[in-house]
Design a protein around this ligand. Structure first.
Ligand code: DAH
Length: 337
């Protein structure tokens, strides 16, 4: 042909080649995944530029069509490969950016969170519990709302014992009461278990005391008792000596005769502390009436029991002058321990 006109076949070839060049340049500079996807649609989509060029195939001479078709497929494959490659590198760049943005700088100063510590009451309970667990004792518990039976009657309190007075005990409308001591655990435990037993119990107790420097209406006691064949007052003495040694070191102690309805004989123990005798616990041999009340044969078994006021011990241990300080939640006080 000598018309000088560009043949449709040449034009298509050129168009495809130009298209490929501009597309490759555009893909190489696409700055993010969204614009890359737009490029893909623009060039390779159903209504994209490559399809448009191929729309002109109908005007080609039949013998030219396979060559142009092959070229078009090569362009498509090339562009797709470029798109895939660019996509992969954009994706990894994105991950890199995310990773470096989220990097934890371990050299930054930390955030200070104020930390509390164990209250002196709980701390002394923990120490004493550890001592008795070391001596082979089992930890037991009982309810704070108690019946007259477990708090008084089974512990050999006579019906008119002054401890049962409304002045001392907090009664509930139904006749139950707030336990006045942890000795209720003796009855509850022994009723459930056969001898021999060695038991430690700690918990809150309640009394209608007027609050002053040495009295609180709510306070804590620790009770321990042991029952077996042939237990004597010597075992009680040795146990208390070992316990005081552990808690305070080897300071002088003395036993003073005393009275409790649930022990016979009974004693109170003082420790010498800063040149004074301070009472720390009550104790004695479990009264045969108590053993009988829980179904233990007093002719076969004997035992000892003791109860101590936790607040009093904490006051001795830390030289605290007023029981109320233990409950005031005054940080200036609490931070000393
Ligand atoms: N329960 C007594 C009280 O609250 C303390 C006590 C004394 C407990 C002698 C005992 C004991 O187990 O043997 O004052």
């Amino acid at each position: 042909m000598t018309t000088g006109m560009t043949s449709p076949q040449t034009s298509l070839e050129e168009q495809l080649t130009t298209l490929q060049e501009t597309a490759i340049a555009a893909i190489a500079t696409a700055s993010d995944l969204d614009s890359l996807e737009q490029l893909r649609v623009n060039y390779l989509g159903k209504k994209g530029q490559v399809s448009k060029v191929l729309g002109g195939m109908g005007k080609l001479a039949p013998e030219d069509r396979p060559r142009i078709g092959t070229l078009a497929n090569t362009v498509k494959d090339t562009l797709q490969a470029q798109l895939d490659e660019r996509k992969a590198s954009l994706q990894s760049a994105q991950i890199e950016a995310q990773l470096s943005a989220e990097t934890l700088d371990v050299t930054m100063p930390g955030v200070y969170r104020p930390q509390g510590h164990i209250h002196p009451i709980n701390s002394i309970i923990d120490q004493i519990t550890e001592i008795f667990v070391g001596l082979g004792y089992t930890v037991a518990g009982g309810p704070e709302i108690e019946t007259d039976y477990y708090n008084f009657e089974a512990l050999n309190f006579l019906p008119d014992h002054p401890a049962r007075d409304m002045q001392d005990t907090l009664y509930l409308p139904n006749g139950d009461l707030m336990r006045t001591h942890t000795s209720n655990v003796q009855i509850r435990y022994m009723k459930e278990h056969e001898p021999p037993c060695r038991v430690l119990a700690t918990g809150r107790c309640y009394r209608r005391d007027t609050v002053d420097a040495t009295h609180a209406a709510v306070f804590h006691q620790i009770e321990f008792f042991a029952v077996d064949k042939g237990i004597t007052f010597t075992d009680l003495r040795g146990t208390i000596r070992a316990f005081i040694d552990e808690l305070f070191g080897e300071i002088p102690i003395r036993f003073r005769p005393s009275f409790f309805p649930f022990t016979e004989p009974s004693a109170e123990v003082d420790v010498e502390w800063n040149g004074r005798w301070l009472e720390v616990l009550g104790c004695g041999m479990i009264d045969p009436n108590v053993l009988a009340a829980v179904g233990y044969d007093p002719d076969v078994y004997s035992g000892f029991a003791a109860g101590l006021g936790v607040e009093r011990l904490a006051m001795v241990q830390h030289e605290i002058d007023d029981i109320r300080r233990l409950y005031s939640s005054d940080l200036r006080f609490l931070r000393q321990f």
